[in-house]
Design a protein around this ligand. Structure first.
Ligand code: ADP
Length: 497
């Protein structure tokens, strides 16, 4: 292995892995010469070392982005931007086995699920490629002596900070809308999962983007992430991650140059099951709602609320269902749940499980480590849970769910909303009126009715309350990446001669 590329062999793909910082369409070393290891969570062993960006490298990436923004990128038509994004989507599809293998290796997610992530990432890039030449302003009739119109202009250099739970999807959700409307990007991947973003950087060059338009760096949050959020020449920052760090990003933006900020943060989403729900469906969706991606989803349905008439039956059947989820090697085609991403996450989750036990909740299923190697945790279901318990209030970000009982609609809404988060919620009922009334009353950016976790790149996603600011995906995301300029053109004589 040299310092900038190495060959990696996984059970499903052998490929060339870039390791450098991708700045100006080239992979290069970090100025400090520092590197860091990325760990395979299935084996707890290092995979490779990648170059580690610090403030100086962020600065280099910003300069490259600025140069592109003021130079070559200005000459590219919106349609050609769209063509590059759709070409990138094609390349994602061509290399989907490689990208999915990287996700399984670096993040630990099941390969079958990683393939879906890559398909979503490619679809998202293609979707925004389609938008590139369809964003335009208005002409506004103000007075016969003037021509007044608006232009939807790019914001400029966008800093993007992404998490480790859906590395390649988050990369695409961020880059797609930013690039579609003519911005340039410095994106930092999460230190736990740098590999897929670097592979995708290679495809950026192949797709024909001019140098400096998309810069991809690996590095730590407190160094490279902080350098992005406080940089004086970054015009906008988009962050996905914990609410704790989201607050720091917002503060850094306020203290530096008041860059525009969008945040997609944590959640403690209620998944509400009424007596009249189709219980088989509700159990399947509740299981998928919390255990998909090992519970490492900001919108995970981590609080199941069940009406008293079916509570006991639901719990008995849900326990059986949760215990059936197959844990194991991500590359095994029957695996549903792989390891948690890191030792730190594993420890945090196990600590929450201990809290639940000590607070007096009942462990109905799981509650222990699975196996002896890798960061595997048994799917865990807590019953006898009260609203004031830590496990009912705080985001656990793992395969741990609480089940609570409610009497009626009003109580379901009240418990559902009694959290500082507001990312997502779900309602299971056959009664359309109940479904609509309750979904209207829930303070959440997404409400699923008789399903869970369905996210499409055509529809917006984001949080109420402390779950975030702004919306990703759909046409709404384009608003985060454009600023409106109003132009008044004088047609007739001066009004104030
Ligand atoms: P988690 O606790 O789940 O790892 P974080 O919110 O810490 O989630 O991380 C999400 C992203 O935010 C990662 O890319 C991480 O490097 C970055 N990050 C962490 N701390 C900071 C910070 N102080 N400033 C900017 N970015 C940060």
């Amino acid at each position: 292995m040299d310092d900038l590329f190495t060959t990696i062999e996984t059970p499903t793909a052998k490929y060339e892995q870039p390791l450098g910082l991708f700045i100006n369409n080239e992979f290069r070393k970090a100025r400090s010469g520092r590197t860091f290891q990325t760990i395979n969570p299935t084996t707890e062993k290092p995979i490779v070392s990648v170059q580690e960006a610090d403030e100086q490298d962020v600065d280099d990436a910003v300069k490259a982005a600025q140069e592109a923004f003021n130079g070559s990128w200005q000459k590219v038509t919106p349609s050609d931007r769209g063509r590059m994004l759709t070409k990138l989507a094609d390349l994602f599809e061509r290399d989907s086995d490689i990208l999915a293998a990287i996700e399984s290796l670096d993040n630990g997610k099941a390969f079958t699920m990683a393939k879906i992530d890559v398909a979503n990432a490619a679809g998202c890039l293609r979707y925004y490629g389609g938008w590139a030449d369809k964003v335009h302003g208005q002409t506004i009739d103000t007075n016969p002596e003037s021509l007044t119109y608006t232009r939807h202009e790019p914001i400029g250099v966008c800093g993007q900070i992404i998490p480790w739970n859906f590395p390649i999807m988050m990369w695409s959700w961020k880059i797609g809308p930013a690039i579609a409307v003519g911005n340039v990007v410095v994106i930092k991947t999460a230190e736990q999962t740098p590999l897929s973003g670097l592979y995708a950087a290679k495809l950026i060059k192949e797709a024909g983007f001019p140098p400096g338009v998309v810069n991809v760096i690996s590095g730590f949050g407190s160094i490279a992430g902080a350098a992005i959020s406080s940089h004086m020449d970054i015009d906008k920052v988009a962050f996905t991650g914990s609410t704790l760090v989201g607050r720091m990003v917002l503060q850094a933006a306020a203290k530096s140059n008041l860059k525009k900020v969008t945040l997609e943060l944590g959640g403690k989403s209620p998944n509400i099951v009424f007596d009249d729900a189709d219980i088989d469906n509700a159990i399947s969706w509740a299981n998928f709602g919390i255990f998909f991606n090992h519970g490492q989803c900001c919108c995970a349905g981590s609080r199941i609320l069940v009406q008293e008439g079916i509570h006991d039956k639901f719990v008995a059947r849900f326990k059986e269902r949760a215990a059936q989820n197959k844990l194991g090697n991500p590359f095994d085609s029957s695996t549903f749940q792989g390891p948690q991403v890191s030792q730190l996450q594993f420890d945090r989750i196990m600590e929450y499980i201990d809290h639940g036990k000590n607070e007096g909740a009942t462990v109905a299923v799981g509650g222990e480590r699975h196996g002896t190697e890798g960061y595997f945790i048994q799917p865990t279901v807590f019953t006898d849970v009260h609203q004031d318990m830590k496990i009912a209030q705080e985001e656990i970000f793992g395969p741990v769910v609480t089940v609570q009982k409610f009497k009626d609609e009003a109580e379901a809404i009240s418990i559902g909303n009694s959290t500082r988060y507001g990312l997502a919620a779900a309602v299971h009922t056959k009664n359309v009126n109940t479904a609509i009334r309750v979904s209207n009353a829930l303070r959440a950016g997404t409400v699923w009715i008789n399903n869970y976790n369905l996210i499409n790149y055509q529809a917006p996603f984001g949080g109420f309350k402390e779950s975030g600011i702004g919306r990703e995906l759909g046409s709404y995301a384009l608003e985060n990446y454009t600023q409106i300029k109003t132009v008044h053109y004088q047609l007739g004589d001066a009004l104030f001669a």
